[in-house]
Write a protein that binds this ligand. Structure first.
Ligand code: HEM
Length: 455
């Protein structure tokens, strides 16, 4: 028998990095902010990996499982990267701006806030916040801007439930935090009165207030008193890369990062989830059939698992589909520290790469309904695109388990307790920066659900 003829074992030479040819990047930057199909159009022209210039910065865009896997495969050949405005407002101590052992040590410390035991501790307070929101919606006589309520809910979860801030601290933080957020994706020049300058001033006040909160929690823990709320005692004893306790100003910058990372993203996913259900009544009915077999509120000791994918697969499929079509983080970044080959294309060292999740999630050659909202696809078999709404590799989202818990509890609680209806004539288009959210705030009329629906 003759041996089969096999292809030569040498891999094909990598292709050079295609570029859009942008010189200054001014037109590309305008197109980026105006055109939701910016990345898709360029992928169609140049393939899954291409380079352009935005805000004077060369930027490589990638999509497709192969290119993303190649990027995340070896953490020694990439590092974290954020635009200058985000970098400055988060601060140099923030784990988002650190790499290597510095980064890993801080993830270990902060990760204690999101371990399974911590989530069990938080879940009764999250359920109580859902109940509070359902009561408010059930009693509202006028239309309510639901997106705004969901922002407040998401802020309360991270600020009150996780960080343990009480009413006054929370209100003051919320106001400063909104100013700080507006500076995040602004031009990073502190000209007096500019969004960036106002955000820097708000950052100073936020850090001061968070320091007071941290010191209060430390004093209570030292006195052996239980905390009234939150998980800050879980950080006690967290060590840095040299085995020394983290300094307070270091911990406080991590807390600011958590407010940022845990708020806008979760608020966006909640608004997009409710919007998708309100726009697709057959999907809402299909989901309600599943929820009819589940009770609300969950028993306290089961709150973290009562609606998990095993018990509520349709809910899981709906959340997956919302995250696919409207990912809260439309793209995340890395900078290459060595030459990499991504999906056969050579990317030199020192390039900033954006994983273009929003475009990636809608790219499945041969799948005609990939643009359609169809949660059932996640139950029919593997999704044609690899989904990474929480990123990947060693910088994968630290708050993933909290976000998933929060989304499930809110979805089940609201659907069980209230009936919502869209107010007609509003603009339901999404503004996409910093995270997708309906332009007119998702105006709904709401009423209590009939008694028999409440289990
Ligand atoms: C639906 C909600 C959320 C989504 C879609 C989301 C998504 C992401 C993504 C895409 C990244 C970048 C990952 C990467 O670079 O590979 C990230 C990072 C991060 N997220 Fe989330 N996130 C969510 C909620 C949260 C929550 C609730 C928290 C905590 C309270 C949180 C904390 C973080 C932190 C600390 C990082 C930085 C990790 C690092 O650089 O090592 N996120 N998240």
């Amino acid at each position: 028998m003759t041996a089969p003829i096999t292809a030569p074992t040498t891999a094909a030479a990598p292709r050079p990095l295609p570029g859009t040819g942008a010189a200054s990047g001014v037109l590309e930057t305008l197109a980026f902010f105006r055109d939701p199909g910016f990345a898709r159009r360029r992928f169609e022209r140049h393939g899954n990996v291409f380079e352009t210039r935005l805000l004077g910065q060369p930027l490589v865009f990638i999509r497709g499982e192969r290119a993303i896997t190649d990027l995340l495969a070896d953490s020694r050949r990439v590092e974290g990267w954020w635009p200058a405005s985000v970098r400055d407002l988060l601060g140099s101590r923030s784990l988002a701006n650190r790499n290597g052992a510095d980064h890993r040590a801080r993830r270990r410390v902060v990760g204690q806030l999101f371990a399974a035991a911590a989530l069990r501790r938080y879940s009764p307070a999250i359920v109580a916040l859902v109940e509070e929101l359902a009561d408010e919606l059930g009693q509202a006589k006028e239309p309510v801007a639901l997106a705004e309520r969901l922002r407040r809910f998401a802020f309360s979860v991270i600020a009150t439930v996780v960080l343990g801030l009480d009413g006054d601290d929370r209100e003051a933080l919320f106001a400063d935090f909104e100013i700080w957020t507006k500076g995040l994706f602004s031009f990073p020049l502190a000209i007096p009165g500019s969004p960036f300058a106002r955000a820097l001033a708000a950052r100073g006040r936020l850090l001061e207030r968070l320091t007071v909160v941290l010191r209060r929690a430390q004093a209570q823990a030292a006195a052996g008193e239980p905390l009234a709320a939150g998980g800050l005692d879980l950080l006690a004893g967290g060590l840095d890369e040299a085995g020394l306790p983290l300094a307070d100003d270091d911990v406080v910058e991590q807390l600011l990062l958590l407010l940022f990372a845990g708020y806008e993203t979760t608020a966006s996913s909640l608004s997009c989830l409710m919007l998708a259900l309100l726009q697709h009544p057959p999907v809402e009915r299909w989901l309600r059939e599943e929820l009819a077999g589940l009770s609300w509120p969950p028993a306290p000791e089961q709150a973290t698992s009562a609606y998990d994918p095993g018990r509520a697969p349709r809910l899981d499929a709906v959340v997956e589909e919302v995250m696919r079509l409207t990912p809260p983080v439309g793209g995340f970044f890395r900078r290459t520290t060595a030459t990499l080959v991504l999906d056969g294309v050579e990317v030199p060292a020192g390039r900033v790469v954006q994983v273009a999740l929003a475009a990636h999630n809608r790219h499945a050659p041969g799948d005609a309904d990939i643009e359609t909202f169809r949660p059932q696809r996640h139950l029919d078999g593997p999704c044609p695109v690899a989904l990474l709404p929480f990123g990947g590799g060693e910088r994968v989202c630290l708050g993933k388990a909290l976000a998933e818990l929060e989304i499930r509890l809110l979805a089940v609680g609201l659907l069980k307790r209230v009936e919502l209806e869209l107010v007609s004539g509003q603009n339901l288009d999404l503004q996409v920066i910093p995270s997708p959210s309906p332009r007119d705030g998702l105006l709904v009329r709401s009423r209590m659900a009939p008694r028999e629906v409440v289990a």
